[in-house]
Design a protein around this ligand. Structure first.
Ligand code: ADP
Length: 293
């Protein structure tokens, strides 16, 4: 049985969970964001997802982050955008539990210590980091093997994802024989089958060419809409953040602060092209770019 089926059995869906919304405002041909499942800073949420309050971090004299506040419900998606050097990766490392902040509070689905946060999060890095000597399937099972699952069992749990992600027939192929987009799909699969409820995506398509990147964004939007996970996406690409997230947090240049929070959450059954060309999307993109400055 795939980890997806076993790990999520019995969990309730959040209202407005991905996959449920239809295309809002289609009568006049527009595509607008549906009701957001995320809360703006300061608002209370019914179900704990990720919550940061007054988070700050400095490296020596460099203030990387100052007074970061935001929260999202469990199984919602948040995108963090901002200029390079504005503390996005630092924020991701703090949420993941790889690092503690100097100030403020971090709560990831009830976990507050770095060790407990680490146990709840799976990270997908910018570069796929697939092991060249392992097949695609054996790359995808690494997190399960690290947890002590036998190779046979891990393969059985992971194999169904190859068909689901359009990679059937590629289980026994080595990474060098896969395209960039396929490698990122294997990398995403590896993150997913780790069985964690929180997925942290760090510039997941940063290394891809623009056409493959657009295709992968559309693919990921569909994949995430079918998978109940809490997602934090870090990207310098405003369009990517708006497309894939329900809430977009715009950060300033260093020291990184939240300068704008935007509700995105476009319908997952609309095509990428329909969404990015809609007036609502273009308006939000302008607002985000203006906030970045
Ligand atoms: P972004 O991901 O938005 O590009 P980063 O979080 O990587 O920004 O970095 C924010 C700032 O903190 C930068 O000025 C960077 O040089 C500094 N920084 C990040 N990590 C460290 C570190 N481990 N030691 C010293 N400075 C760091």
């Amino acid at each position: 049985m795939p980890a997806e089926q076993s790990s999520d059995r019995g969990r309730s869906e959040q209202p407005g969970a991905a996959g449920s919304p239809g295309m809002a405002g289609s009568a006049n041909g527009s595509v607008r964001p549906v009701a957001s499942g995320a809360a703006l800073p300061g608002a209370g949420t019914s179900s704990a997802g990720i919550r940061l309050k007054g988070v700050g971090k400095r490296f020596g004299n460099v203030v990387a982050l100052r007074g970061i506040d935001f929260e999202i419900e469990r199984h919602s998606r948040i995108g963090i955008v901002g200029p390079s050097g504005g503390g996005k990766s630092t924020l991701l490392h703090i949420v993941s539990g790889l690092m503690e902040p100097d100030a403020g509070e971090v709560d990831v689905e009830g976990a507050t210590s770095a060790k407990d946060r680490l146990a709840r999060c799976a990270m997908m890095p910018q570069r796929d980091l697939l092991l060249p000597w392992r097949t695609a399937l054996d790359n995808a099972i690494i997190a399960l093997e690290n947890r002590g699952v036998s190779r046979k069992e891990a393969r059985a749990q992971t194999r169904p994802y190859f068909e689901r992600f359009g990679l059937d027939q590629f289980e026994n192929v080595r990474p060098a024989q896969l395209s960039g987009g396929m490698r990122q799909r294997v990398s995403f699969m590896r993150t997913l089958v780790a069985g964690k409820d929180v997925l942290l995506l760090d510039e997941p398509f940063g290394a891809l060419d623009s056409i493959t990147r657009a295709q992968m964004q559309e693919w990921l939007l569909r994949a995430l809409s079918e998978l109940p996970r809490t997602v934090l996406l870090v990207t310098h690409d405003v369009e990517e953040a708006l497309l894939l997230s329900r809430t977009v947090v715009v950060m300033s240049a260093r020291p990184g602060r939240v300068v704008r929070t935007l509700a995105a959450d476009f319908p997952t059954d609309a095509s990428r092209r329909e969404i990015v060309t809609s007036r609502e999307f273009v308006d939000l993109k302008e607002q985000a770019l203006e906030a970045i400055g």
